[in-house]
Ligand binder design. Sequence first.
Ligand SMILES: *Cc1c(COP(=O)(O)O)cnc(C)c1O
Length: 381
Amino acid sequence: MSDPIPVCDLKAHVSGIRAELDAAIARVLESGWFILGEELRQFEAEFAGFVGQRHCLGVASGTDAIHLAIRALGLGPGDWVLTAPNSAVPTACGISEAGATPCFADVDLEDGLLDPGSVSRQLDRLGSKVKAIMAVHLYGRAARLAELSKIAQERGIPFVEDVAQAHGANRLELRAGTIGALSCFSFYPTKNLGAFGDAGAITTDSPELARRIVHLRNYGQEDRYHHVTLGFNSRLDEIQAAILRVELAHLPAWTARRRAIAARYRAGFAGLPLALAPERPEAPSVEHLFVVRVDDRDRFRAALEASGVATQIHYPLPIHLQPAYAGLNLGPGSFPIAERRAREVVSLPMYPEMTEDQIDRVIDAVRSALRGAHPPTETPS
Ligand SMILES: *Cc1c(COP(=O)(O)O)cnc(C)c1O
């Protein structure tokens, strides 16, 4: 039997661009400069250009990007930040690390993105304690940027974006990472743009907010040994910056390949009893994760595993039900759609280096796993 197909294959990823990576890493080693240098400056300029935002500041991780963004807005203890309960837990960790408290609204059943109606109702309920809205562009698709940023504007609170899963995504003419007062990116190795270690960035239009991030990421330092604020150590190092510059040049081609794989999946899964996020021409996904929903998930996953196809769950337990957030006192039933999705979602293999044969094998395995299964019901249970 052929090798199992993983959900993401970083070895294949590295070997595709190995020579360029070796040259970039060698360039840094020869420079003798490893923190806050020319590679980072160049990457920040190139990534700002890619996103279409004025400023980009490299930081140590996506979680740090969220943490420092919340601090740069002057938020902390007593301030609540509304976000998506079905995001990766670090979205909430970054908020908590700043001393603020995450709160949530429910999401759309079909695509898992924050539901603006639920956001408005939660803001009515929670009142003026909520000091910011953080949208999450989950799985590669831009959240409802216009509606959510308008709600924030009407309430007079900042809008922030978690773009960790959606480098280069758009909704209509709006680009993810350009609408928030601050937008937070992760370059964790498995993201669409991934370093070979931890790395992240913040984009912003505001020179003042950019300046605060520059201080916060480097011990609060403005000029050498002159510290204007209580800061942190959260920098994107030169080796990771050099690696990211190599990868950024390939990102458009990789995104196109992800989309081609997703199109093959969609055609191959036609008529099967599984729910796919609807194709939305106004917000084409950059296909970070290919997530489907099924009724009998354990059986489905076991059948795929037996056919040599790995799967993962993003994410099995919503943030508000995590033991770490028991203090929020948000029990089961608080966000029924997010909770239902957590029981149904399955991520299939999705990475640009997938071969045609591997794509075919995934499609065949899914088709045979679902023979005789019932479709998931479309009304919330
Ligand atoms: C990966 C991820 C993060 C955290 O990024 P790190 O670089 O791992 O700290 C935050 N939010 C979302 C939605 C993510 O997917």
